[in-house]
Each structure stands twice: as structure tokens, then as C-alpha cells.
Design a protein around this ligand. Structure first.
Ligand SMILES: [Zn+2]
Ligand SMILES: [Zn+2]
Length: 155
């Protein structure tokens, strides 16, 4: 473990700070650290990995604090959460527009899907059921093309 002070990355900083301000929240140091960690890791990260990452920059921070902060950021809509496999919970910076995933249960590949692919379904649900979907990070489980092909030839 290095004690070097890595240059404080604020890659994910300015817009998120503006967003938080707009929502009436202050981004405390803890929240910023967690957001920065998520920004640096890009993609899905487990709370444990986020905690380790944050700890490098701020060794004093506790696991509970990081977990609590994640829950808070989730409520703010700054991060999204998903269950990928074996009920592992993963977090990710919220994207605008939102994105979704196809998760292959054969090889664990995770394919990203743009929101516009899913949007027609959401619109239809609203038209037919008067229901407005707020899920912004869908996980659809199944088999990818490659796995389907190997299964077919294998049996
Ligand atoms: Zn995602
Ligand atoms: Zn697969």
C-alpha cells in the first residue's frame, strides 16, 4: 500500500458537483471520494472494490461510511446499482441517458445496451398500463450468441 498522494482526480467532478448542487445537496469529501473512485474504475464495481479504492486516497475512511455513501448517492441518482451474478451487487456512475445490460449466464459477458433500444418498451408500458418505469439500469439475463452456438453444437 502506498502512501503517495495521487493527484486528486476530479474527472467525474464538475458535472456531478453541479448536478448535486442543482438537487440541493452538497458533495462532501466522502461523497466526492466515492464518486471519483467510481469514475476511475469505470464500469461496474463491487462495494468492496470501491472501498479499497477510496481507502488508497483516504486511509481513515471506514467501510461502513463508504457503503452508506453509496446508498446516499444512489438515492440522489448519481450512481446506479445492479445485481449481476451470485447476487453480487455492483455500483456504477449513473449515465445520462441511462444504459442497460445483457448479462450472459454462460460466460459472464456483460453487454451494454443504449437506452433508446429499451425506450420503446417503456413508452408502450406507459401507454398501455399508465405505468412510468423508473428503472434506469436494467439487467437482462440470458445466453450470448457465442454461448448459444456452442451449446447447440455441443448437445
Ligand atoms: Zn451498467
Ligand atoms: Zn456467453
Amino acid at each position: 500500500m502506498s502512501q503517495q498522494t495521487a493527484p486528486a482526480s476530479t474527472s467525474a467532478g464538475p458535472e456531478l458537483r453541479a448536478l448535486a448542487r442543482r438537487e440541493g445537496y452538497r458533495l462532501t469529501l466522502q461523497r466526492r471520494l466515492v464518486l471519483d473512485a467510481l469514475g476511475e474504475m469505470s464500469g461496474h464495481s463491487t462495494p468492496d472494490r470501491i472501498f479499497e479504492r477510496v481507502q488508497v486516497k483516504s486511509p481513515g475512511i471506514s467501510r461502513a461510511t463508504v457503503y452508506r455513501t453509496l446508498t446516499f448517492l444512489l438515492k440522489l441518482g448519481l450512481v446506479t446499482v445492479a445485481q449481476i451474478k451470485d447476487n453480487a451487487t455492483v455500483y456504477e456512475l449513473a449515465s445520462d441517458p441511462p444504459h442497460h445490460h445483457l448479462v450472459c449466464q454462460g460466460c459472464d459477458e456483460v453487454i451494454e445496451v443504449r437506452h433508446e433500444v429499451v425506450q420503446p418498451l417503456f413508452s408502450r408500458l406507459e401507454r398501455e398500463f399508465g405505468f412510468r418505469v423508473r428503472t434506469d439500469h436494467l439487467m437482462l439475463f440470458g445466453l450470448c450468441e457465442r454461448c448459444r452456438r456452442t451449446r447447440r453444437s455441443g448437445s
